[in-house]
Design a protein. Structure first.
Length: 419
């Protein structure tokens, strides 16, 4: 009997350990070490050409970290070498983390996906859509939208909410006049206040009518506060980051981590230069080093490649990581199911991710079911459930001429598969 119990405990221990990312040699996970050197060649060349200051790349397969390297400099002026655990502003990679928080609360019965968000934020009741716009003074007229925004609309960017700073001309002006920010580094604002203002502004189109990239995840971040009764940053830390061991993922970094935040560089010209002023809607680029209080679910987080790999591995593990279950297998399946089949012109998206489906699979080497996204400062990720591969590449570029870095890295990852 004792031997039986001991065997069960050993198997349980191995099972739990298998959920956690651990280093391994590439050849043990079906990769060719020789062919992986092509990644080195690409990134070292870009650094030598001063096309990028540096980068950190990571590949995981079957829960094993088989490639994790840093290239170039974190700071080219001080010659500070890039480190594998350096911290990057991940911008829109925040969106998937927000979606996870939302779906955890959905599992607790806090709301239904297709009910109006005005049930929880009354200011969103009876939305309107933009009818006419006067560019001279940003005045406009509206008409009734005729339907309410739902949680699913927010998760799939079909609400009709546009983006401040990077959206359409009309809505950039409307949001700026109303004081609604882009979400990146708006340190002194409060999320609840700005979302209530956003609720009074017109939509670009009727909810569910088409796909428009917008401030949806900032609204979702505020809804997490409403549903959970906790500030959004505290919910993420207590319910997601601490359980997953994502100790380097923050809206605003602790002071002891300031030195690991990579500076920002502009890649608009042929050669890079450090950004010292503001970006987007007059955002201080060093916002992660402030004591801010605006918790943007769409763009506010900073992280490391290893932390974000843990988050992605949670989904490849069907909702479990580090011995903790954050979601059920069925909820993961729902999040990774294409939601916009009734909108033929929309790219396939799930509840928080872009998806590889039969509609777009011809364009990429990744497998059906792969989920991905990117961040505005040239950070990229994907996770392939069939091949059990995770890929991440982070650099620190604003207005870069090398946005295709993510796709190039993806090609060089898959060409090294050797099983």
């Amino acid at each position: 009997m004792k031997n039986f119990i001991y065997t069960i405990l050993v198997l349980f221990s191995v099972s739990v350990q298998a959920q956690v990312l651990t280093p391994a040699k590439p050849e043990t996970a079906g990769f060719s070490p020789e062919r992986l050197t092509r990644i080195d060649n690409m990134l070292q060349t870009l650094v030598q050409q001063e096309a990028i200051p540096g980068a950190v790349a990571l590949i995981v397969r079957n829960g094993k970290i088989v490639f994790h390297k840093a290239y170039g400099a974190s700071d080219t002026e001080t010659k500070k070498a890039m480190q594998k655990n350096d911290i990057f502003r991940i911008a829109s990679q925040s969106k998937a983390i927000t979606a996870l928080a939302v779906m955890m609360l959905w599992e607790e019965g806090k709301f239904l996906l297709d009910e109006p968000i005005s049930n929880y934020i009354p200011e969103f009741k009876n939305p309107t859509i933009l009818k006419t716009f006067n560019a001279a003074d940003s005045t406009y007229t509206t008409e009734p939208a005729g339907r309410e925004i739902t949680v699913r609309h927010l998760l799939t960017h079909t609400s009709g909410i546009d983006y401040a700073a990077i959206g359409s001309t009309e809505f950039k002006a409307i949001y700026a006049k109303a004081g609604v920010p882009s979400g990146i580094g708006n340190n002194n604002d409060v999320l609840a206040d700005k979302m209530k203002i956003l609720a009074t502004l017109p939509l670009k189109h009727k909810p569910g009518e088409r796909w428009t990239y917008g401030l949806n995840n900032d609204v979702l971040g505020y809804l997490v506060e409403v549903w959970s009764g906790m500030p959004f940053d505290q919910f993420l830390k207590k319910r997601i980051f601490d359980p997953l061991g994502m100790n380097d993922t923050w809206f605003y970094l602790p002071k002891e981590k300031y030195s690991r935040l990579v500076p920002m560089y502009s890649g608009r010209d042929v050669k890079i230069k450090k950004v010292t002023g503001t970006v987007y809607d007059n955002v201080n680029i060093d916002y992660p080093k402030t004591e801010g209080k605006y918790f943007s679910g769409g763009a506010g987080l900073s992280s490391t490649v290893e932390d974000y790999a843990k988050f992605l591995q949670l989904f490849l593990n069907n909702g479990q990581y580090n011995g903790m279950r954050l979601l059920s297998r069925k909820t993961v399946e729902l999040m990774l199911t294409s939601q916009l089949t009734a909108l033929p012109d929309a790219s396939p998206v799930g509840l928080g991710f872009g998806l590889e489906t039969a509609a777009n699979d011809y364009r990429s080497v990744v497998s059906l079911g792969t989920f991905s996204w990117a961040g505005a400062f040239n950070t990229h990720y994907w996770a392939d459930p069939k091949e059990k591969i995770i890929g991440l590449i982070f650099t620190n570029m604003y207005e870069t001429r090398h946005w295709n870095l993510g796709e190039r890295f993806k090609v060089l990852t898959y060409q090294a598969v050797n099983d």
